[in-house]
Design a protein around this ligand. Structure first.
Ligand code: ADE
Ligand code: ZN
Length: 341
């Protein structure tokens, strides 16, 4: 137990550590209780009888198993108030976990395809994030394109987003990875870059190292979401290290989606040892069994992470964020002050 007297002492250190969360799908923070109450409020019928039945269905063998349930769950989200309530509930959890800054993904196509106006989605999320700012939690919003849909669909979504660009800091790429390589979206990402948006993409979660190369070379990403399978290619690791790109790693997600067999075999320590700027994130916490601190504590226990490794992960969460360097410096000083005891 390097640097700590006990697991409990390590968990307490993690709990109080200032941190940023850089990989959080807001729709993936929809807890079963809220899914039920929104279903009632909106007159939407669910296939599940109760909250326990919903939780029991969260037994996934791969990413697609999860996505099938995730898209079903988000069907209860209709009004601006729904998106506000969802985001406020996440911010409450994040505040408890010592999160000082969040970069939140949302999946507009999962809503507009059901007839929900784009303005309801962005408006509700942004209103909650403005309130979070007043509570001392800063944020950035990242609009993701669903990669199982066409590039034309992504282009139409970017068109719809144009009036809201002051609220949107970047674009990402998520949903079913295998069979939908980054190069499928080359043109829409080039357009987003020209609009001055930051670029991120899920790559190497289930997909091969070649998809991570494409995220770098074709999409020109500013950050890589997951990136686990980059470790299979030493030249790729060298490239990511030399560019200083951050990986947003999601330990409990990796476990629940069978990306890793066991958290004791999670590649997080190997990533840090290779010089990769890894961070710890919750991905879809309502589905994967824990928010950011639970992710930190589970992976720290499984890998017996040291105090230095934990501090590095927290520092990376700010240096890998889209905050200005002055804002990053303020958070890094808060980490140093917590670590100094
Ligand atoms: N959408 C929500 N969570 C996701 C994940 N872990 N991978 C790909 N798409 C997602
Ligand atoms: Zn994700």
């Amino acid at each position: 137990m390097t640097g700590f007297a006990s697991r409990e002492a390590r968990a307490a250190f993690i709990a109080g550590l200032p941190k940023a969360e850089l990989h959080l799908h807001i729709e993936g923070s929809l807890e079963p209780e809220m899914m039920f109450s929104l279903a009632q409020r909106n007159g939407v019928s669910l296939v599940f009888e109760n909250v326990e039945a919903i939780r029991a269905a969260y037994d996934f063998s791969n990413l697609q198993d999860f996505l099938d349930i995730y898209y079903q769950g988000m069907a209860v989200l209709l009004t601006e108030q729904d998106f506000f309530d969802l985001t406020t509930a996440y911010i409450d959890r994040a505040a408890t976990d010592g999160v000082r800054h969040v970069e939140i993904f949302f999946d507009p196509q999962g809503h507009t395809a059901r007839g929900v106006p784009f303005a309801n989605v962005v408006g509700g999320i942004a209103r909650a994030l403005a309130e979070a700012e007043a509570r001392g939690i800063s944020s950035r919003l990242i609009m993701c394109f669903l990669r199982h849909l066409s590039e034309d669909d992504a282009q139409a979504t970017l068109d719809e987003a144009l009036p809201f660009l002051p609220l949107i800091h970047g674009v990402g790429l998520d949903s079913s990875e295998v069979g939908h390589p980054p190069e499928k979206f080359a043109r829409v990402f080039a357009r987003a870059r020209d609009l001055g948006l930051k670029i991120v993409a899920h790559a190497g979660e289930e997909g091969p190292p070649d998809y991570v190369w494409q995220a770098l070379d074709v999409l020109q990403v500013d950050r890589i979401d997951h990136g686990n399978r980059a470790l299979e290619d030493a030249a790729l690791v060298g490239r990511i290290v030399s560019e200083g790109l951050t990986l947003t790693v999601c330990p409990l997600s990796n476990l629940k989606l069978c990306v890793v067999e066991d958290l004791a075999r999670h590649p997080l320590r190997r990533m840090l040892a290779a010089g990769l700027r890894a961070t710890v994130n919750s991905d879809d916490p309502a589905y994967f069994g824990g928010y950011v601190n639970a992710n930190f504590i589970a992976v720290a226990d499984a890998l017996d992470l040291t105090r230095d490794e934990i501090v590095t992960l927290a520092r990376n969460s700010f240096t890998g964020s889209f905050l200005t360097s002055a804002e990053q410096a303020r958070h890094l000083a808060a980490i140093d002050s917590w670590a100094a005891g």
